[in-house]
Design a protein around this ligand. Structure first.
Ligand code: DAH
Length: 338
């Protein structure tokens, strides 16, 4: 028995394997249930009692040595496998780059996010519209210049069909279908027949807002817009409302924010006025409420509309509007995904 143990011990000392399969074969040979060392354990009961202590010790040592040797070799193969992975010449040299979100989408999402915190929900409407939703229901006089071919894309041979020039048309659709209270924003793409240049494009994006309920006042509008401006451009932002005219609101205003580059001091960016214009707004004209089947004696409301490109330009100082639709990767890459 002792001789057999010594013999196996030598074998194990010299044991090598050139791969994991060979190593597994060795483990089976020595350590599995029917392996050589296990068989010796089976024979142990035949060892004379006086030798049991010594042989038992030798047998245990043999088994431990075999197990340690096999573990050692396994570790060696494992580490080898890791290093070959690191040196894999077929792997791509650069990590794969993630795409970026379009700046217009980033800003649109931010606008939606701010208004949803004030309880506004989002609705959508068609880009191909008719005269009534885009103009008539919004109190545009029949001869209003915005209806002119110069500004609006009409569909040939279908004089009543046109591409919407603003998202205010969605107001009309929503007011036709729902009863107040209505507190919604309408993001979407709009079209105008403009010559394309660094400051004008034939399509762009707007977000329209509408809040109709009992007792809605101009003060409510002002508070909502102040909150919006501070959230979007920073807590120190101030707003100012200048009287203006839109057919669908009365009174109407345009909103400026204090220039965030110079803090209102005056700089080339704000043309030394300290203010930059960002949106149009006002109290919904009673004529519009009436066209949409809402009683202006009971309900009032405010509306506002802003250009997403304009706000994106302000936030990221993009100088040329055409960049937004050219899909130049060098431009888009600057807006890393978050
Ligand atoms: N629809 C206007 C435009 O395209 C923007 C606008 C101004 C929307 C005032 C409004 C508003 O809802 O109240 O220029």
């Amino acid at each position: 028995m002792k001789e057999r143990i010594n013999h196996l011990q030598k074998e194990i000392d010299l044991m090598t394997a050139s791969n994991l399969d060979e190593l597994e074969a060795l483990r089976i040979k020595y350590l599995s249930k029917k392996g050589e060392i296990s068989l010796l354990f089976n024979d142990f009961r035949n060892v004379p009692n006086e030798d049991k202590k010594e042989v038992g010790q030798l047998l245990n040592d043999l088994k431990n040595n075999a197990q340690n040797k096999i573990n050692e070799l396994k570790e060696h193969f494992d580490s080898l496998q890791n290093t070959t992975q690191e040196n894999d010449l077929t792997r791509t040299a650069e990590p794969i780059k993630l795409g970026t979100r379009h700046p217009i989408s980033l800003v649109r999402e931010e606008i939606i996010d701010i208004f949803s915190r004030m309880g506004f929900t989002v609705a959508d409407g068609p880009e191909i519209e008719d005269d009534w939703h885009v103009f008539s229901a919004l109190n545009f006089a029949p001869e209003h210049p915005a209806r002119d071919m110069q500004d609006t894309f009409f569909i040939e041979r279908l004089p009543d069909v046109l591409l919407r020039t603003h998202t205010s048309s969605v107001q009309v659709r929503v007011m036709n279908e729902q009863k107040p209270p209505i507190r919604m924003i309408f993001p979407g793409r709009v079209y105008r027949n403009e010559a394309i240049s660094y400051r004008a494009h034939c399509f762009f994006h707007q977000v329209e807002g509408l809040y109709i309920d009992k007792d809605i006042s101009f003060a409510d509008l002002k508070q909502a817009l102040l909150y919006f401006a501070k959230e979007l451009f920073g807590a120190e932002t101030q707003i100012r409302l200048r009287p203006s005219y839109f057919p669908f609101t009365e009174p109407s205003a345009e909103m400026d924010i204090s220039c965030f580059l110079c803090g209102g001091e005056g700089c080339p960016f704000c043309k030394h006025t300290g203010w930059v214009e960002i949106l149009g707004c006002g109290m919904v004209d009673p004529n519009v409420l009436r066209s949409c089947g809402i009683d202006p004696e009971v309900y009032s409301g405010y509306a506002f509309g802003m250009g997403v490109e304009r706000i994106t330009n302000l936030k990221f100082q993009v100088k040329d509007l055409r960049m937004f639709s050219e899909n130049d990767v060098k431009f888009l890459e600057q807006f890393e995904s978050v």
